[in-house]
Write a protein that binds this ligand. Structure first.
Ligand code: PMT
Length: 211
């Protein structure tokens, strides 16, 4: 099957020097790309700014902002059978971007933000028979919010992780996830490497797509 995977953070520019971003390193998304390749699938990876190398077989599209991720997902959606949104896409960006470095003297100390496009919501109408997988990054019990996002974004599966844990979520090599399915089934996976988590996610997608 053809997997379209997003990974890494986005950067929302304030001026040519400064941006809003987050702690994503891309490890989870790149592990998913690796696991899908190892399982024999074609993979396209949409990657925010990270310091990782993708497997040679993977076609990588480098992006920076949430708007770039949306454009790249839209450009590749028709090609794919499976979309996995592992990227930590910003929900907010500066309402205005300065073409020159802002001077302290003309900054008020208050930053006006605006919403970024909700990518999964934007492409939901083009889902068709594709399998859509989201992630939910929460602090504390991730399940209520993950369940809400699963339904609200019209997903087939969502991977919930509590990013406040020191051994899960951003930057670490391990993750502790719960996989929730649209039919209400769920699977609590124990702490394991992100590569093992990725392999299990790919297997679960394969099993669901074969039915
Ligand atoms: O990259 P690592 O360092 O390995 O860290 C891994 C991770 C913590 C980034 C990863 O496991 C993870 O949780 N990724 C999703 C982070 C995120 O943005 O979660 P969210 O709950 O804020 O977003 C919910 C879903 O909507 C996600 O699939 C997200 O890609 C998507 N989204 C978010 C914002 C937006 N504007 N459009 C979207 O489609």
């Amino acid at each position: 099957m053809r997997f379209l995977i997003t990974a890494g953070p986005t950067r929302e520019m304030l001026d040519p020097v400064r941006f809003l971003s987050n702690r994503s390193t891309g490890k989870m998304g790149y592990a998913l790309a690796y696991a899908a390749v190892v399982a024999g699938h074609e993979v396209r990876l949409i990657s925010g700014p990270v310091s990782l190398a993708a497997p040679a077989a993977v076609k990588v599209s480098d992006v920076v902002s949430a708007a770039d991720v949306l454009n790249s997902v839209q450009d590749n959606l028709q090609w794919c059978d499976v979309l996995i949104m592992a990227a930590a896409v910003a929900d907010w960006r500066p309402a205005s971007v300065s073409a020159v470095k802002l001077k302290k003297s003309n900054m008020s100390g208050t930053l006006e933000l605006e919403r970024t496009p909700d990518i999964l919501k934007s492409v939901a109408k083009y889902k068709g028979g594709r399998f859509f997988v989201g992630f939910a990054a929460e602090t504390g019990d991730p399940l209520p919010e993950a369940s809400r996002k699963l339904k609200e974004k019209g997903l087939d599966m969502i991977v919930a992780n509590d990013v406040s844990q020191s051994d899960a979520g951003f930057a670490v090599d391990t993750n502790r996830v719960t996989v929730l399915f649209a039919n209400g089934d769920y699977d609590n996976l124990p702490l394991m490497s992100k590569v093992e988590v990725a392999k299990m996610i790919v297997e679960k997608i394969e099993n669901k797509m074969e039915k």
